[in-house]
Write a protein that binds this ligand. Structure first.
Ligand code: FEO
Length: 395
């Protein structure tokens, strides 16, 4: 393999996955994903995280091609999710004397996923591991996005090995560093990675950002996606914005519609929002667009309007799935609108109102519910709902 150096003695060992359709078996990755591991070659040799298990053979070969028959002394485990710990057993089998470096939460995961670890070195905030001239310092960033999550900071070149934080979906197609790629491509993939994977833990992310501000970081090497070295603020400012629930003045309208009547209501609402001057309006059919993308836009825009037809006296199932994902993620501080349609007994809007109660966002207008085709009275109500949302956003 072609080794990419981050510094004289620090290597990127990354692998592109273009086969997996769903990351964590939930989130679509049409542009793939990379798994990034790093190797520090000093008097002592350390790996920082490993890779997903499908790449074990290549990974072992590539390590050997750098260090030959020398042994790896340490495996620094920033994060135990199997996309990074997948090669742990293979590494321990090949280098049986290796010392696993983690914090007090890490080794329990090692045991439950793989085996009782033999050689361990427990670290804590500010603890330094000396590899020769290279010093690596550790800081816990719990729940970004697992309990054991920590980062490792290499002091000479000031490289932060950040785990999932500041990572991205999307393979690394030749370019590895942020100055070697067109960031327009990664803009949505960095955000989707954050919102899908880390988004439930915004307060923890805020704490992590403040904690890491105490380090003089020159490069951020995450476990997925590009390595940040030319403009760290590009990714840091975005993380700060997203994790502080700072939204733009746009509106997402999501609907579930079987015969087109709920969709028509969505179109009326969208048009009126546009008439009122809202420029970012995204209308999604919940049956077509995966929640990965809708969640992303909910982290972008302040307004959320959801519509559902009735389905067997309940919510349309694809809307229900989306709403449960939103509730699970606990996204805060939105303006909410609700509408829907039914043919016999209803059940859509009634359950949307249960969601409204649970999520506790600011409901801008009464729910609008039509029976069958959209008629004048409910048409006007759709306009009024759009106006109420526009008033909130523009007011
Ligand atoms: Fe990329 Fe949380 O693992």
């Amino acid at each position: 393999m072609h080794h990419v150096k981050l510094a004289d003695n620090i290597y990127y060992l990354g692998y592109n996955d273009r086969r997996t359709h769903l990351f964590e078996n939930i989130w679509p990755i049409p542009h793939g994903v990379s798994y990034n591991s790093y190797l520090i070659d000093d008097e002592k040799i350390a790996l920082v995280d490993t890779v997903e298990r499908q790449f074990i053979d290549d990974y072992l070969d590539d390590i050997h091609s750098i260090i030959g028959d020398r042994k790896v002394d340490y495996l620094i485990i920033n994060h135990m999710e199997p996309d990074h710990s997948g090669a742990l057993k293979a590494i321990v089998a090949k280098y049986p004397d290796i010392i696993l470096v983690g914090n007090k939460k890490t080794f329990g995961f090692v045991e439950s996923f793989y085996m009782k670890p033999v050689n361990t070195h427990e670290v804590y905030d500010g603890h330094v591991l000396e590899l020769g001239k290279t010093r690596v310092q550790f800081q816990a960033i719990p729940m970004v996005h697992w309990p054991e999550t920590m980062v490792s900071f290499e002091e000479t070149n000031q490289i932060l090995f950040s785990g999932d934080a500041f990572g991205s979906y999307g393979t690394l197609d030749g370019g590895i560093f942020d100055d070697e790629i067109n960031l327009d491509f990664y803009e949505i993939e960095v955000m989707r990675y954050f919102t899908n994977i880390v988004g439930k833990y915004c307060p923890h992310t805020q704490r992590a950002i403040k904690k890491l501000a105490g380090l003089d970081i020159k490069m951020i090497a995450a476990t997925h996606g590009p390595i940040w070295r030319s403009d760290l603020n590009w990714v840091l400012s975005r993380y700060d914005k997203w994790s502080s629930y700072t939204f733009d003045n746009g509106v997402i309208i999501v609907y579930g519609s079987m015969y087109g009547n709920t969709q028509k209501m969505a179109e009326v609402i969208a048009r009126q929002l546009s008439v009122r001057g809202i420029r970012d309006i995204r209308v999604y059919d919940a049956s077509k667009t995966h929640s990965s993308y809708i969640i992303n836009d909910i982290f972008k825009y302040k307004g959320f309007i959801v519509g559902s037809c009735a389905y067997n006296n309940s919510l349309f199932p694809n809307v229900e799935t989306l709403l449960s994902t939103i509730e699970h993620m606990g996204i805060k501080d939105h303006y909410l609108g609700v509408f829907g349609n039914f043919s016999w007994n209803g059940g859509g809007v009634k359950n949307l109102m249960k969601f409204a109660e649970t999520i506790n966002w600011d409901l801008v207008y009464e729910p609008v519910e039509e029976k069958g085709a959209l008629k004048k009275d409910k048409f006007e109500q759709c306009i009024a709902l759009a106006n109420a949302m526009a008033d909130k956003l523009l007011g």
